[in-house]
Structures are given as structure tokens and as C-alpha cells.
Design a protein around this ligand. Structure first.
Ligand SMILES: *Cc1c(COP(=O)(O)O)cnc(C)c1O
Length: 397
């Protein structure tokens, strides 16, 4: 097999199409799908060398696989990381990145505005294994600073946050982590690798649910952990091999195809989100609208500093609480009700009754998730169709 060398030399758009290609002796144009569990060896000596790590070939698809290796390589080149391991889902990536380096007695600090399952891992799962956790208001740097203890090993955050799209100061929080001898792990799903590069902002580890924008076409689940060679080798490599939350080669193949169009999709979806946000911002039925690309976003200056553009997502609050929000959701003809995001199809979510229904009403209120709050994920439809659809649905709200 021959490997392409696209890292660093070319711009992200070019790397998204050509990065990480491993071509077989057949010279295929499109990335080959190696739907194989295992590999055979030319000799017992070669087999021995491979197990000793002296021969670079593949051993078993729980460990690695050529299609999966292509996906990881392309993501490494896009993100500017040294190494990566892909996983079966985004949650497998988050859980592995957080849990694998820790042991009983360690301490984790996380922003409380997290995707529901990430909150479960931090708040419920870790303490069961003797790992203490502190949740902070991610916007308040003093709270991060004060939460740090001598045994703090990891800080974890998402930015922009789900679903209220707060933007957290990654360079400042990375500095707090490093001064305290801890690492910063960033879930970069909402920003996408197109608009934000946490490693270049000082983070140590980046995780993705590839299910979202990277696939972006509603087909398969996947995830990836990107970091330094040392972090992956020391903390992730063996954990992944022995516990097996591995990505399927088929899904890796779909995700590789997803990466080819990631740049054009995210750009188009962001432009659409910006247009929809501008159209809805002053609507009489909407009491509050949050869009990281608008100058009225609470952290607009920070958005300019650490992101290359806004987001494919909008949050807004319909006047009249849950009943009005439901009437609006039910009246939409194009945007479909879903808990997913980043898809080619526009999707709307009611976080209070879905992704964040596990929280107490007080915890939701603290996060700004009111009963009338709706999250909109812009798809690839014509923006004017989406705007007209919202206009008729909000009339019924
Ligand atoms: C969806 C999502 C996840 C989990 O990803 P899955 O692929 O569904 O397991 C984690 N973090 C964020 C921010 C997400 O949006």
C-alpha cells in the first residue's frame, strides 16, 4: 500500500479530500473499504514481528484497519494533531478520553453546560470509580481556577455549549489547566473542525462525535480522540485495544466520504444559520435568540478570537413556554423534529423534554434551557424556504 503525504503542505479543503489515502495495488480512486476482521501473515516470523511492533502491518480490526487508519490520518491532518484513535460513537470517544487516563483518587473539573451523556459520564459514572468531579459555570474563569486541586488531572468542556451556545475561553482555561498540572479536553462537536481548532488554542485533547457534521448525512455513528503522540500512546492506545470501543471499517469509510464534503457543507450550513438567525432575531414571538455569528452574542468578541466563523446551530426561546414551542415544532414543514444535529436536513430539538429532560427544572433554568427553548440545526436546504417555514410555524406558536 502507498500512503499520501498531505499533512501541513496544503490547505484544509485539499487535505479533506486527499489526506490519509492508503491506495492498494489496484490504484482505486475512492478509498477502499476493508471489511475484514483480521489479517494473514506471509510467515510465522512476520507474524511474530508484527506482534512485537517491529513490523508496521495490521493485526486485528479491533486494533486497527486500513480504512479506519485512513479516517484517523485525514482527521489528524485536518486537526493538526500528532495521533488519533477513532471510536464506535462520540460517547465512546468522550468516555475513553476522560476515563482512560484516570484512576481512583483523581479529580476532574468540567463545565456544567454539557451534552446530556457527557454530563452522565462526569457526574454519575466517574464518582462510582472513586474519581471526584466538580462542575463549574464554564464562562466564569474564577470558578475553574478555584475548582482546581492538587489531584486535578483533567478539565473538560464543550464550546459552543449545547444547547445555549455559550462560547468558553479555551486559551484561558487551557492556561489554568496547565498551571495546575492538568490537561484540557475539548468536545469540539458544535464548533466543527472547520471553524475551531482547540489544539492550536492550547487544548491537549480534542474529541468529536463524527455522527454529527463529519458524517452529516444521517448514516452512521462514530467518534474520534485527537491529541499528542505521547497522550495517545500512554493513555488511549492500550485502553482501546483491550476494551474495544472501536469504529467499524464500514462507518470509517462513510465518514471518510463525509470528510470530503465537510468544508462545503459546514460553510453552506453556517451561511444558512446566519440568515435564519437574522430573520428570526426580531420576531415578535421570539423572546431571545443566540447565534455565535451575531454581534449581539454575549461572547461575540471571544467568538472572533477563537473561532473562524459562527455555527451551524441557533438557539431561540419562543414566548409562551412549552405549549407554544411544541405548536411551533409541530407546524414546521421542512425542519424535522429530532435530537440530532449537523445533518444535511434541518433539524429542530426541544432540549427541555429530550436531551436535557434528565436534569431537574432548577438545573435546566440555571443553564438557560427554558420550556420555550428550541435548538435549530441548519441543513442544506435553501435558506429562504427555511425562513418562510419558520414564519408560518411561529404564527401558530
Ligand atoms: C452527539 C454528541 C455527543 C455524543 O456523540 P454520539 O456519536 O451520539 O455518541 C457528544 N458530545 C456532543 C457535544 C454531541 O453533540
Amino acid at each position: 500500500m502507498s500512503e499520501s503525504k498531505f499533512a501541513a503542505r496544503y490547505r484544509p479543503e485539499t487535505r479533506l479530500v486527499h489526506g490519509g489515502i492508503l491506495r492498494s495495488q489496484f490504484g482505486e480512486t475512492s478509498e477502499a473499504l476493508f471489511l475484514t476482521q483480521g489479517y494473514v501473515y506471509d510467515s510465522a516470523e512476520q507474524c511474530e514481528a508484527r506482534f512485537k511492533g517491529e513490523d508496521p502491518g495490521f493485526i486485528y480490526s479491533r486494533y486497527s484497519n486500513p480504512t479506519i487508519a485512513m479516517f484517523e490520518r485525514r482527521m489528524i491532518e485536518l486537526e493538526g494533531a500528532e495521533a488519533a484513535r477513532s471510536t464506535a460513537t462520540g460517547m465512546a470517544a468522550v468516555t475513553t478520553a476522560i476515563l482512560a487516563p484516570l484512576r481512583a483518587g483523581d479529580h476532574v473539573v468540567a463545565s456544567k453546560a454539557l451534552f446530556g451523556s457527557c454530563l452522565y459520564v462526569v457526574q454519575d459514572l466517574l464518582p462510582r470509580y472513586g474519581i471526584e468531579t466538580t462542575l463549574v459555570d464554564g464562562l466564569d474563569l474564577d470558578q475553574w481556577q478555584r475548582a482546581l486541586r492538587p489531584n486535578t488531572k483533567s478539565l473538560f468542556l464543550e464550546s459552543p455549549t449545547n444547547p445555549t451556545l455559550d462560547v468558553l475561553d479555551i486559551p484561558a482555561i487551557a492556561e489554568i489547566a496547565h498551571k495546575g498540572g492538568a490537561r484540557l479536553i475539548v468536545d469540539n462537536v458544535f464548533a466543527t473542525p472547520i471553524w475551531q481548532s482547540p489544539l492550536s488554542l492550547g487544548a491537549d485533547v480534542v474529541v468529536y462525535s463524527a455522527t454529527k457534521h463529519i458524517d452529516g448525512q444521517g448514516r452512521c455513528l462514530g467518534g474520534i480522540i485527537l491529541s499528542s503522540e505521547a497522550f495517545i500512546a500512554e493513555h488511549i492506545h492500550n485502553f482501546m485495544r483491550q476494551t474495544g470501543p472501536s469504529l467499524s471499517p464500514f462507518n470509517a469509510w462513510a465518514l471518510l466520504k463525509g470528510l470530503e464534503t465537510l468544508g462545503v457543507r459546514v460553510r453552506a450550513q453556517t451561511e444558512t444559520a446566519a440568515k435564519v438567525a437574522d430573520a428570526l432575531a426580531s420576531h415578535p414571538k421570539i423572546s431571545r435568540l443566540i447565534y455565535p455569528g451575531r454581534s449581539d452574542h454575549p461572547q461575540a468578541a471571544l467568538v472572533k478570537k477563537q473561532m473562524r466563523a459562527g455555527s451551524t446551530l441557533i438557539g431561540f426561546e419562543v414566548k409562551g413556554g412549552k405549549a407554544a414551542a411544541f405548536r411551533c415544532l409541530n407546524a414546521l414543514q421542512i425542519s424535522r423534529i429530532s435530537n440530532n444535529l449537523g445533518d444535511a436536513k434541518s433539524l429542530v430539538t426541544h432540549p427541555a423534554t429530550t436531551t436535557h429532560q434528565r436534569l431537574t427544572p432548577e438545573a435546566r433554568a440555571e443553564l438557560g434551557i427554558s420550556e420555550g427553548f428550541i435548538r435549530f440545526s441548519a441543513g442544506l436546504e435553501h435558506p429562504d424556504d427555511l425562513i418562510e417555514d419558520f414564519a408560518q410555524a411561529l404564527e401558530k406558536a
